[in-house]
Design a protein around this ligand. Structure first.
Ligand SMILES: Cc1cc2nc3c(=O)[nH]c(=O)nc-3n(C[C@H](O)[C@H](O)[C@H](O)COP(=O)(O)OP(=O)(O)OC[C@H]3O[C@@H](n4cnc5c(N)ncnc54)[C@H](O)[C@@H]3O)c2cc1C
Length: 491
C-alpha cells in the first residue's frame, strides 16, 4: 500500500538479478535529505569506513549516514566472560591493526580477548609435506606494527570485539546519522528539482519511510550487496561446493615434552582433499576452528554428539584422508574409532595442535563458501568495499583484511578529493580507488583460489609436485619471508 506521499514509478529493473530483494517501486515525492556520504552496511568494513571519515580532519565535516538492516547492538560484545568466545573470528594482519590504530579504534579493543600468534604450521594431508612460518626463521624484518611485539604474524580477534571497538570510537567522534534496524528498500536515481539537479545522485528509500540522497553511496553491504545491484556492477565467480564449519573449542594442555607457549600460540592448517582444516589460537586454552569441507560432511559433523564431534576434529589433524573419510561415513562412534586408529598411526605430537577436549555449546555452525569478484569497485557516485566487492575462500584468512585495505584506500581517495575541492562522488575521483585495490585483491584471490584447487587433488603427479614445492619453499627463507609479508598486508 502506498502512502499518500508516494507515487508509483515504472520498473527500471534495477534489482532484477536478485529475487530475494523485495523491491517496492515507489518514489517519495518529498525532497530527500541530502548527505555527502551514505554508507549501507554496518559490518566491519562499513563501521571502519565511517569511523575513518570522521576521524580524519579533512573529511570530518562531511555529512555522513550509516544505514544498517540489523540492530547494531548485535555487533556489541558486552559482559562476556573470558571463557566464552564467538565462533566468528578473524586473523587481523599487522597492516589492518595499524589502520585501526590510526583511526583510533584499537584503543577500544578488548585486549584480553585478542590472541596474537607467532608461528604457523601448514601441511599437506596427502603427502605430509610441510611448511613452517615464523619471522625469526626467515631472517627478514617482521611486519611490525608500532608498539607491538615484532614477531607476531597476526592477531586472532572475534569480529564482535572489532565491531564493538569501532562503535565505541564512533560514539566518541559522534556526528554520524546512524540508522540501524533500517533496511534499504529501494535505490534509484534522483530527479532535476527546482533547487538541485539530483539526476546522477542515488536516492535511497528506507524501510522507515525516509528518503535520503547520496553524493557518494558506499556499498559495504556484504556479499549480496543491494548497492552493487543498483549500480549494475556484475559480480563474477563460482561456488566452491564447500561449507566453512566454525566452532569454539577448548584445548587440552600440551604434553609436558612440548613448550606450551609455542604450541598454544601457533596456527595450524592441514590441507585435506575435501578442503583445509584450521585451528587458530584464542586466549587461554581456547581456539577457533575453520573447517572447509563438503556440505554433506558439514551437516554430518553438526549432527554429532560433542565427544564424536571432537574426535572428528582430532582425527582430521592426525589420521590419513582414508581414515577421515571413514569417520565421515559412520553416524556415530567416532570417539572409539579414533582411539583404535591412533594406536596404529604414528603422530608427531610436536607438529600437530594439542587435542581438542571441549566444544562451546551452540558454537558449531557452517557457511557456504564462494568466490566472487565485482567487475569494478566504482561507478558514478558509487563505491564498493569489503564483501560487497569480493568474497574469498577463508583458507588464507584474508576477507576481512582485504575489506580494511579497501577502506584505507577509499578514505585516502575521498580525503584527496575534499582537499582539492573536487566532487567526492565523481567517477574520475573514484577511479583511483579502483586502480589501487582491484588488481591487488584480484591477485590475492587468484592465489587463494588456486591453492584451494591445488590441494583438492588426491592423487597423481600434482600431489608429488605440490609436496616438492612446499618442501622447497620451506627451505627458501627469502621466499617464505616474501609470502609472510604479502599475507601480513605489508607488500
Ligand atoms: C568461516 C569464515 C571464516 C573467516 N575467517 C576470516 C579470517 O580469518 N580473516 C579475515 O580477514 N576474514 C575472514 N573471513 C571473512 C570475513 O568474515 C568477511 O570478509 C567480513 O566479515 C566481511 O565484512 P563486511 O563488513 O564487508 O560485510 P558483512 O559483515 O557481511 O556486513 C554487511 C552488512 O550489511 C548489512 N546489509 C545488507 N543488506 C542491507 C540492506 N538492504 N539494508 C541495510 N543493511 C544491509 C548486513 O546486515 C550486514 O551487517 C571469514 C569468513 C568465513 C565465512
Amino acid at each position: 500500500m502506498l502512502s499518500r506521499f508516494q507515487i508509483r514509478l515504472p520498473s527500471r529493473k534495477l534489482f532484477s538479478r536478485h529475487t530475494f530483494y523485495r523491491v517496492q517501486r515507489t518514489y517519495a515525492t518529498q525532497t530527500p535529505e541530502l548527505y555527502d556520504v551514505v554508507c549501507v552496511g554496518g559490518g566491519p568494513a562499513g563501521l571502519s569506513l565511517v569511523t575513518a571519515l570522521r576521524a580524519l580532519s579533512a573529511t570530518s565535516k562531511l555529512k555522513i549516514a550509516l544505514v544498517e538492516g540489523q540492530d547494531l547492538c548485535r555487533n556489541r560484545l558486552e559482559n562476556v566472560p573470558n571463557t566464552e568466545y564467538s565462533n566468528r573470528c578473524s586473523s587481523l594482519t599487522p597492516a589492518s591493526l595499524h589502520f585501526l590504530k590510526e583511526i583510533g579504534a584499537w584503543n577500544y579493543i578488548n585486549a584480553s580477548r585478542i590472541q596474537p600468534y607467532h608461528s604457523m604450521e601448514v601441511w599437506d594431508g596427502v603427502s605430509d609435506s610441510r611448511i613452517s612460518f615464523d619471522w625469526a626463521s626467515v631472517g627478514m624484518p617482521a611486519a611490525k606494527t608500532p608498539g607491538e611485539d615484532s614477531n607476531i604474524i597476526a592477531y586472532m580477534t572475534e569480529n564482535t570485539n572489532l565491531t564493538t571497538a569501532l562503535l565505541k570510537r564512533l560514539e566518541e567522534v559522534g556526528g554520524i546519522s546512524i540508522m540501524d534496524n533500517t533496511r534499504v528498500s529501494n535505490i534509484e536515481l534522483g530527479q532535476d528539482t527546482d533547487t538541485l539537479d539530483l539526476r546522477s545522485w542515488p536516492i535511497l528509500t528506507l524501510s522507515n519511510g525516509r528518503s535520503i540522497a547520496a553524493r557518494l553511496l558506499i556499498g559495504s553491504d556484504g556479499a549480496q550487496s543491494p548497492v552493487r545491484n543498483f549500480a549494475g556492477i556484475e559480480s563474477r565467480g563460482w561456488d566452491y561446493n564447500r561449507h566453512g564449519l566454525v566452532a569454539t573449542l577448548r584445548l587440552a594442555a600440551p604434553s609436558s615434552s612440548i613448550n606450551p607457549q609455542t604450541q598454544l600460540r601457533t596456527a595450524y592448517q592441514r590441507f585435506l582433499p575435501t578442503g583445509p582444516i584450521a585451528l587458530l589460537p584464542l586466549p587461554g586454552p581456547y581456539a577457533t576452528l575453520v573447517w572447509s569441507t563438503l556440505p554433506s560432511h558439514a551437516t554430518h559433523l553438526k549432527s554429532l554428539s560433542p565427544p564424536d564431534f571432537l574426535a572428528s576434529v582430532n582425527a582430521a589433524f592426525r589420521l590419513s584422508p582414508v581414515d577421515i573419510a571413514y569417520l565421515h561415513s559412520i553416524p556415530s562412534g567416532q570417539t572409539s574409532e579414533l582411539a583404535w586408529r591412533l594406536q596404529h598411526t604414528r603422530v608427531d605430537a610436536a607438529r600437530v595442535p594439542p587435542e581438542v577436549e571441549g566444544v562451546q555449546e551452540g558454537s558449531v555452525a557452517s557457511f557456504p563458501l564462494r568466490m566472487r569478484h565485482a567487475a569494478t569497485y566504482v561507478g558514478e557516485r558509487v563505491a564498493l568495499v569489503g564483501d560487497a566487492a569480493h568474497t574469498v575462500h577463508p583458507l588464507a584468512g584474508q576477507g576481512l583484511n582485504q575489506g580494511q585495505g579497501d577502506v584505507a584506500a577509499l578514505v585516502g581517495v575521498i580525503e584527496r578529493a575534499v582537499r582539492e575541492g573536487a566532487d567526492i562522488g565523481a567517477g574520475m575521483a573514484l577511479e583511483a580507488y579502483d586502480a589501487e585495490r582491484w588488481a591487488q585483491n584480484n591477485m590475492l584471490m587468484g592465489v587463494v583460489d588456486k591453492l584451494h584447487k591445488l590441494y583438492s587433488v588426491e592423487s597423481g603427479p600434482v600431489v608429488g609436485l605440490r609436496s616438492l614445492g612446499l618442501s622447497a619453499v620451506d627451505k627458501m627463507g627469502w621466499l617464505k619471508g616474501f609470502l609472510m609479508q604479502s599475507a601480513a598486508g605489508v607488500r
